[in-house]
Design a protein around this ligand. Structure first.
Ligand code: FES
Length: 116
């Protein structure tokens, strides 16, 4: 039985930036553990049986490079920044399971360092 409406295949959709900026000294999510964050997130979703309701995908640049690693969670439109692999557990258990976004990691918009 599909517990989500047809138009919303997943309860939440998470986009994790893994973009690598070409400029050597530029901040970017690839150099801020974006790949590791996504891999840990995907693993925890599988381990907790949440894979069918929370979809995690890599994304290109989310225009908040100085706040990497960044992610955005829909449908709420919650942005997280400076996410480290060790933060994933709190995001999963607090936000995705308990429904309480993790305040300490949230970005207000426009984010400091956001690119236009
Ligand atoms: S490189 Fe991740 S937001 Fe730009």
């Amino acid at each position: 039985m599909n517990e989500h409406p047809q138009e919303a295949r997943f309860k939440r959709h998470v986009f994790v930036c893994m973009h690598e900026r070409a400029e050597e000294n530029s901040a970017c999510c690839a150099r801020s553990c974006g790949g590791e964050v996504l891999e840990r997130l995907k693993s925890r979703l599988v381990e907790l049986g949440l894979k069918s309701e929370v979809r995690a995908n890599k994304s290109g640049c989310l225009a908040a490079c100085a706040s990497g690693a960044t992610m955005v969670v829909y449908p709420e439109g919650v942005w997280y920044g400076h996410v480290r692999p060790e933060d994933v557990e709190e995001i999963v258990t607090e936000h995705f399971v308990a429904g309480r976004p993790v305040a300490r990691l949230r970005l207000s918009w426009p984010a400091a360092g956001a690119e236009q």
